[in-house]
Ligand binder design. Structure first.
Ligand SMILES: [Zn+2]
Length: 436
């Protein structure tokens, strides 16, 4: 059977991912095992009412068979998951789990799903790319014989169903460490130097440290049960990476299988089809040159044969804006980003420059063909005249050259500090899992 949970946390505390621990305790009481890694599934990052990271969790449960792998520790005690399991569908007492819900937060609307079977994959694709109506989810849950629990608005069943429905076509892992329950609002410590060391001594971890902005990205910004989380492609390497980090002591950690860093949220769109709250990739030509507005945001526009759309590199994207500012009319680009409704703009998270436009610029006035003197302009577009002998030449007679462009064709991305969970870092764009 599958269990999915979502929308349980608040901006100020808790974290849905922590709930895997009470869940594991609960299934153990039923004599059941984890089958495969627990899953952390990120959903549409453009949802206006999301809590923090918009991540749901799910686990598969059964009587374990086959190979047993270590996936974490709970208060110092090892947690294992099995390769396969026999089918079960039992009533699970959810009161222990729901006692962790941050129900006082007005944006927290938890949902729990117990499903005897895997849910249809469309629930995942819609959940990661669109805004899904709750009625649509309930209809499917009914059809698949699932049981579900809604708290308050119960919107969490949308994410919970997507987490159960996810098939790992693309995937990464994240190892998360947790503080003991009494310490969640305490100050904590993660040594930056050890993070840099870990970053340099592991091959397939990513988004650990932002060298440009000197920012430790494995540590949450708010006080939550999570002490730090390391993202990567290989569980074994993540376990080694964990041991390299010097931090406040902790006794619980777990490895999640995730859809982070997969670009699963991105859809290809022609400009006329771009809609708010989706994440898109658009091929186009720069049609309005970048300008920096108050707040440090940089705005430009691109167009294709169907229309024009505004794109913004927001202030938090820091040095990425310096790249964007170099765009010129006619540059061919592919822009990746989430679409905002008000103002209607693409919040750029990644960009590929396919062709840097050659821009012809006048370097000098022409010399007089009769007497050799430098000619003077008669005004914009009116051509040139020689002061000495009166010879006239057209505008084209000037000496032209091409503007020196510092920007190069290729991929550019926002720095680690501004990276979204689902965005695939350039480091991973060319990696094939078979070759790891
Ligand atoms: Zn002359």
């Amino acid at each position: 059977m599958y269990i999915g949970i979502d929308d349980t946390d608040s901006r100020s505390g808790m974290c849905t991912t922590y709930l895997v621990f009470p869940l594991i305790e609960e299934i153990r009481n039923h004599g059941l095992d984890l089958i495969g890694y627990p899953r952390l599934v990120r959903l549409n990052p453009n949802i206006p009412w999301k809590t923090r990271g918009n991540g749901a969790i799910s686990i598969r449960v059964g009587k374990g068979r086959g190979k047993k792998i270590k996936v974490g520790e709970m208060q110092g005690e090892e947690i294992f998951a099995y390769e396969r399991g026999t089918h079960v569908f039992e009533e699970i007492d959810i009161t222990r789990i729901s006692s962790y819900f941050a129900l006082k937060d007005e944006n927290t609307n938890p949902g729990i799903i117990l499903s005897p079977v895997k849910l249809p994959e469309k629930l995942y694709w819609r959940g990661v790319r669109e805004i899904v109506p709750i009625e649509f989810v309930e209809q499917i849950l009914r059809r698949y014989g699932a049981r579900w629990y809604r708290f308050k608005l119960g919107r969490g069943i949308i994410g919970a169903s997507a987490a159960i429905a996810w098939k790992r076509r693309n995937y990464t892992f994240e190892l998360l460490t947790y503080l003991p329950r009494g310490m969640w609002s305490d100050d904590r410590f993660v040594d930056s130097k050890s993070v840099v060391e870990m970053d340099k001594n592991t091959r397939w971890t990513f988004d650990n440290y932002d060298y440009e902005n000197r920012y430790v990205a494995i540590k949450p910004n708010s006080k939550t049960p999570v002490l730090f989380g390391i993202r990567g492609l290989i569980p074994g390497e993540l376990m080694r990476a964990r041991e390299m980090i010097k931090s406040t002591p902790y006794n619980s950690w777990i490895i999640y299988l995730t859809n982070q860093a997969t670009d699963d949220h991105i859809v290809r769109r022609k400009i006329k089809d771009v809609k708010p709250y989706e994440s898109v990739k658009i091929l186009g030509t720069v049609s309005k040159e970048p300008k920096t507005i108050e707040g440090g945001h940089v705005i430009f526009a691109i167009s294709d044969f169907t229309g024009e759309v505004e794109c913004t590199a927001y202030e938090p994207t820091k040095g990425f804006r310096d790249i964007v500012r170099q765009l010129k009319l006619g540059d061919e680009v592919e822009v990746y980003g989430g679409v905002r409704e008000e103002p209607f703009t693409v919040n750029v998270e990644k960009m590929r420059i396919l062709k840097v436009a050659e821009i012809r610029v006048k370097l000098e006035n022409p010399r007089c063909p009769v007497c050799g003197r430098k000619m003077e302009s008669m005004g914009r577009g009116k051509g040139y005249r020689c002061r000495k002998c009166g010879t006239r030449l057209g505008e084209d007679a000037a000496i032209y050259g091409f503007l020196k462009r510092d920007i190069k064709e290729g991929w550019y991305e926002v720095p680690v500090i501004a990276r979204r969970h689902l965005a695939k870092p350039l480091k991973l764009m060319t990696v094939r899992r078979e070759n790891l």
